[in-house]
Design a protein around this ligand. Sequence first.
Ligand code: COA
Length: 480
Amino acid sequence: MAKKKSKTKAKPAKKPARKVAKASAKPAVKKAAAKPAAKNGNGAPRISKKPFGMDGKALDGVRILDFTHVQSGPTCTQLLAWFGADVIKVERPGVGDITRGQLVDVKGADSLYFTMLNHNKRSITIDSKHPQGKRVLDALIKTCDVLVENFAPGALDRMGLTWEYIHKLNPRMIVASVKGFGPGPYEDCKVYENVAQCAGGSASTTGFRDGPPLVTGAQIGDSGTGLHLALGIVSALYQRIRTGRGQKVLCAMQDGVLNLARVKLRDQQRLKHGPLTEYSQYGEGIPFGDAVPRAGNDSGGGQPGRILKCKGAPEDPNAYIYFITQAPVWGPICDLIGEPTWKTDPEFATPRARLPKLNQIFARIEEWTMTMTKFEVMNACNAVDIPVGPILSMKEIAEEESLRATGTVVEVDHPVRGKYLSVGNPIKMSDSITEVERSPLLGEHTDEILTKVLGFKAAEVAEIKNSGALSAPEKKEKAA
Ligand code: COA
């Protein structure tokens, strides 16, 4: 594993120190050095005597060469950083990750698009096509454990960084890539989020039957694939302990989306054996075609479900609740909505008898839910173990105290934009506590990485800098 990164903070005069978000109620974690754990006689590490959460982080000692941009790759490397990896983000001089300047809300500051996807990383600017830039990249490849990239197909090779080249330089290096498509007819295509949602089967199965396909707000193509890639990387790191060598890890966005849309491929095969009885269109007597239809808000889990109005709807666009008529809680549902006879009436008592009457049943439940707010409905239902889902707006989520307390929503301070909200690590570990640090400014750690990580001497740093390999084109001209 690579040496632990220097925890030296940038000088406050030029670069304010990276503040750790105080959103979590957890105690501050003491940073542990990534020294190898003492071994027992059988070769296994001795059981730590430190309190949980005080013995470093899961990926301490792992160093990542982060060649990612936009959303999919950065999601992955941000997670690895939260687990303690030293993530060094390589960015193009002058512009950096294109998202720094996209959807800008505060003039002159890195966008939320960038800051919310690049916490806990260090940034170095390198022109990867410049010979001196290549020299720095080679040094990084030798010292890093994983290279993560999500360039367009072939871009890494065009930089001269083929798998063969990297593997020769550092046989332990894991090379992890996000691409739009896996090998096949579309492998050379550039792909963004919604392209993947469409190609992965999500869009064709999302929306209402009589409307067009829909993409979802959750970024299952980008962030979803980043999550998949992170799992591939930690698995490859684990395998490397045994084999000693790195490997290629590839996640195609189409594959990632399809993995998340798995239940719809399940339904595609069920179609051969008859109609999909839990889909509303079955109850409405509308025949099925030869492909899985869009199912509106029907539940994908085999239990009929709908989104129902609560008090305030439709004026309040989020005064709704997701209601599932799960068979085990049919009795309590009937009691709550004031239809106790439905518990024993053969027309309603069994799931099979209810299927053709779902419109009638949900209309009756909605009469009841409309008498209360979504939170009152939730309280009444949960009191008798009926799972329901209030439709939470992003405003409500941003203000939700319990999400702040767990560090799922964190407030982060940024030297240029000030305070902003971000989503913290959704994966909680008892012995690897996440501290959310602000995203780096463009090239903020260039000097630190050249000297402290790569060990270049002052004269070498000057030579590399004067070559223009680390600066924007206009500065290059001056340097020339
Ligand atoms: N120094 C020099 N050149 C650099 C550089 C650096 N530090 N960083 C990037 N570049 C170059 C690349 O080498 C490439 O040059 P080339 O085309 O001559 O080979 C160029 O910048 C553009 O890179 P590319 O990845 O093609 O960016 P793009 O903006 O044209 O396309 C995507 C963006 C996202 C569509 C594309 O990268 C892609 O399909 N990625 C894989 C799928 C993916 O992750 N999509 C979702 C993103 S959220």
